[in-house]
Design a protein around this ligand. Sequence first.
Ligand code: MLT
Length: 427
Amino acid sequence: MDVKSVATVCIIHNQKINYRMSIINENFLKLQNNYLFSEINKRVNEYLKENPDAKLIRMGIGDVTQPISKAALKGMHDAVDRLSSADTMVGYGPEQGYADLRSAIAEYDFKARGVEISPDEVFISDGAKSDTANIVDLFSNEVKIAITDPVYPVYVDSNVISGRVGSYQEGKWSEIVYLPCNAENKFVPALPEKHVNLIYLCFPNNPTGAVLTKEQLKRWVDYALKEKAIILYDAAYVAFIREEGIPHSIFEIEGAKECAIEFRSYSKTAGFTGVRCGYTVVPKELKVKASSGEDVALHGMWKRRQTTKFNGASFISQQGALAIYTEEGRKEIRETVDYYLNNAKMISDVMSDLGFEVYGAQNSPYVWIKVPEGQTSWSFFDYLLREKNLITTPGVGFGPEGEGYIRFSSFGDAESVKAAMERLKQD
Ligand code: MLT
């Protein structure tokens, strides 16, 4: 039925206004302002309109700048060549991803770290942003959610859209259990004080850069097993871990396969922010009780969701991702991540020398910095934009606990990062 006929039907039934009100998902109207990075772009564009010659240095959104690994490029070139001939051409792929990529992931990302994941527990996607947002489809609206604060805004916004967060009061949603991460707890959240069903964890953390030790992560897995909760574990930044003993996957913790889903991304690992590829691991052991009392495996539900709503990541991006598991590919992506980590160290060193309180940067591309006394996240963001021509991300954009912080991304090229630091040294 098109809009015109909907309206006609409504007029016939004399319910025009009610009908119109009910045809949209009004939860969208609850979303706060713009999506964080769109709001930053808006402010930057306004500034650029007034100051078209400004030489801005971008340290805001975590978007990569260095060329994609040669191995991955070759994988993608070969894929394009295959598409050029009827003999080798491929059309729709499996919605869950190609078997060779799923096997390489099981082998190199998990088995190599002592974790047995079956290739068919791996679901290839176009990135962790979509998966962490789409996973909400599996859960009822009664579910109680715990979210670390500050946090990647997609977790909160996707739950706002699906209508399970209550009302917005003083910077917080009434139905979300916030788990504050601050300098006092070293940005490691405490367990929730009340029962929750779903817990979002992201480590290495975006935005603070904090990591969890095995013992700390085990506490979460034990809690989830005891409370029959599910942990949604975003490990998009795992390639940045350099410290020994830090778990790379939640499945390194015993029992996690019964209570966790893990999200991974090639965006920051292999420079695929534009190429788009990632994956989600849903273990077959992860089961929940339906209202009928039946045990339901989330693996089957996610598979059903993906086969219905998703037609698979592109063949080209999957072939690129597959190529990073070659010896050459693994070496190249590690070198690029090291390059960004050097940038992070440069930012961290200079900001510390300038007297700022600095966090993150060691196992993460993000540097989390306390703003000077008397400033807010947005006022310092504006100062850096207008006075230093630097684009950063205001901490409060990641949640109320982020107020008073600013996030620097280290994904620029080293020369720009150096230039940015020089600007900050000059007062
Ligand atoms: C960030 O800057 O937090 C991320 O790059 C955003 C994203 O991955 O979507």
